[in-house]
Ligand binder design. Structure first.
Ligand SMILES: [Zn+2]
Length: 297
C-alpha cells in the first residue's frame, strides 16, 4: 500500500471514498396501481410508473459527484421504507438512482458508469445464487426495459417501481442476512441463517464483480476517479464491513440502536457505541436507573 498501488485478486479497495453519480430523481406516474407490493407479499399500494433521472442535457445539466456517507448501508439505507414513494424519491435524490443488478455490457469508460439500457445481470440471477429468491428484481429490470424504450431515449436512466422496490428489499435482506456471519463462535449460527448469509454474500459479490474485474490493478489514485451506481456502492460498504473484520453491531445506547461499523465512525473496533454522545447518554441512563432503584429501597 505504501508504494501507492496494489494488486487485487477478487478483492476490493479496502479504503478510499466511494463515489457515485447523483442526479435529481423524479417519478413518472403512469396511473393505476403497480401491484408490486402484492406480488412480493406485502400489503401496500404503489402507483404504476418509473423513476427517471431529472436531467436535461440540452440545458447543460450535469451529474453531480457524490461521496457516499460512511455507514450508509447499515444506517439510513436499512431504515428506508421501500413502500413509501416520497421516501424513495427523497433518498434517491440525495444519493442517486436505485438500479438493480443489471448487466453491464456497454462499452463504458471507468469514470462514466451509465447502465442505460436495462438487462438483468445473468451471473447475479443464476440458479446457484438463488434465482427465485431475487426473481422480483429480475422481473423489475425487465419492466424497466419497457419503460426505457418509452422514456429513456434522451439518454437518461430509467428504473421501474418494480425494480426499485424489489432491489431495496433484496439488498436490505442481504445486509441483515450477512450480519449473522459476524456472530462470535460461541453463538451458534443456524443452518437456515447460514444459507441466507451465503445467498447474500454470493449475490453481493456477483454485483461487485461487474464493477471490479477479478484481476485488476488498482492504483491508490485511480480509486478517486472511479464511480459506481448506488447499489454497487452500498454492497461495497457492506463488503468492507465484512472484510475488515470489525463488522457491524447495534449501538448499545437503548435510545439509538443504530447498526454501525466502528471504523466508519472512527470508533475503536471493540466499541459498543456508534458515537461519543451515545456512550455518554447510555452512561447517564445507567446512573439514572441505578439512582431510581436505590430510591425505591
Ligand atoms: Zn448510537
Amino acid at each position: 500500500m505504501n508504494r501507492g498501488y496494489s494488486y487485487k485478486f477478487s478483492a476490493l479497495p479496502s479504503s478510499g471514498d466511494i463515489r457515485v453519480w447523483k442526479v435529481p430523481v423524479r417519478f413518472v406516474n403512469k396511473g393505476g396501481s403497480s401491484g408490486v407490493a402484492a406480488s412480493l407479499g406485502y400489503s401496500a399500494d404503489l402507483p404504476n410508473g418509473a423513476f427517471v433521472e431529472d436531467l436535461d442535457p440540452s440545458e447543460g445539466a450535469v451529474c453531480e459527484e457524490h461521496i457516499l456517507p460512511a455507514g450508509l448501508y447499515s444506517g439510513e439505507f436499512l431504515s428506508l421504507d421501500p413502500f413509501d414513494l416520497d421516501d424513495l424519491i427523497d433518498f434517491q435524490s440525495r444519493h442517486g438512482l436505485i438500479i438493480g443488478a443489471r448487466d453491464n455490457t456497454l462499452p463504458l469508460s471507468e469514470t462514466q458508469i451509465r447502465r442505460l439500457d436495462p438487462a438483468p445481470n445473468s451471473q447475479a440471477f443464476c440458479e446457484a445464487y438463488g434465482a427465485h429468491r431475487f426473481g422480483g428484481q429480475q422481473q423489475g429490470i425487465n419492466r424497466s426495459k419497457e419503460y426505457f424504450t418509452e422514456l429513456g431515449d434522451q439518454g437518461v436512466m430509467v428504473s421501474s417501481i418494480e425494480e426499485v422496490v424489489s432491489t431495496v428489499l433484496n439488498a436490505q435482506q442481504v445486509i441483515v442476512g450477512t450480519i449473522n456471519l459476524l456472530k462470535s463462535p460461541e453463538e451458534a449460527i443456524s443452518s437456515e441463517d447460514l444459507k441466507e448469509a451465503k445467498a447474500g454474500v454470493n449475490f453481493a459479490s456477483a454485483v461487485l464483480s461487474q464493477w471490479l474485474k477479478p484481476l485488476d490493478l488498482v492504483y491508490e489514485d485511480s480509486i478517486k476517479t472511479r464511480y459506481c451506481d448506488l447499489m454497487t456502492a452500498i454492497f461495497l460498504q457492506l463488503a468492507r464491513g465484512l472484510i475488515n473484520g470489525n463488522g457491524y453491531r447495534y449501538c448499545q445506547n437503548p435510545e439509538c440502536g443504530l447498526l454501525f461499523t466502528p471504523s466508519d465512525f472512527n470508533r475503536r473496533s471493540d466499541s459498543g457505541y456508534h458515537s461519543v454522545e451515545c456512550q455518554e447518554r447510555a452512561k447517564y441512563l445507567r446512573l439514572k436507573r441505578k439512582k431510581e432503584l436505590l430510591e425505591k429501597k
